[in-house]
Design a protein around this ligand. Sequence first.
Ligand SMILES: Nc1ncnc2c1ncn2[C@@H]1O[C@H](COP(=O)(O)OP(=O)(O)O)[C@@H](O)[C@H]1O
Ligand SMILES: [Mg+2]
Length: 254
Amino acid sequence: MTFGGLTALSGVSLSLEQGSIAAVIGPNGAGKTTLFNCIFGLYRPTSGQVSFKGQSLIGQKPHRIAKLGLGRTFQNIELFAKMTTMDNLLLGRHLHMKCGVLSGSTFFRRGSKAAAEETAHRRKVEEIVDFLDLQSARNRYVGGLPYGIQKKVELGRALCMEPELLLLDEPVAGMNLEEKQDLMIWLKDIQEVLGVTLLIIEHDMRLVMEVSQQVLVLNYGQPIACGTPDEVQNHPEVLKAYLGEQDGQAVAHA
Ligand SMILES: Nc1ncnc2c1ncn2[C@@H]1O[C@H](COP(=O)(O)OP(=O)(O)O)[C@@H](O)[C@H]1O
Ligand SMILES: [Mg+2]
């Protein structure tokens, strides 16, 4: 992927196994978000291929890609601050809606078919609220919730789309250590209980080590290592290029 004279990604190759958790790590500006944007159809790669279940995603619009079973969250929270958690999550269902956008008035106006559909969507949303333990936030405005909970609502909204593959751009950024560890447990649950394949962008090497089966390390748009957490952690290029040695363990210079 090039932008004018800048090569944001070059020679990157990654293959995700269904049901696994993979991580993309690398310093700021390494090309991580660009990779997501190429997968999700926001950028059209200058060359190369992106495919999902054998189908090329190149040239497809993001909403079409979402319909194929891909979901994502953004590096900066993109929720509706003046809406409740429930309403934000219901918006995550719009992909599956036949009768259009939900609202209290249309619920009564458009007859039983729309009402039945809304009930089904609400049920799905309630499942996600239960799953992520968001009950105490369900009727609160998202803007007033603690940052860590907002991140979880955003994750919930992505899950409401029922994706098969979920791309998470820095899901724990801005969280304290306890919130981070909490969220990592949710990610494992999403993999194990819901069977969703996950691709996560994260700065903190130690964090991804715990949850991922595969790690891709980018530096200035180049892949410098790809393998199991152990392989990557001890890879000389990784240690040299952007990881420092601390207490015998590699840590990212985020
Ligand atoms: N739309 C764009 N136009 C021009 N340059 C871009 C664009 N998107 C990303 N870049 C550049 O690509 C490089 C990688 O950015 P990014 O993927 O956001 O890095 P990361 O997410 O790893 O921090 C940066 O140099 C950034 O400025
Ligand atoms: Mg980024």
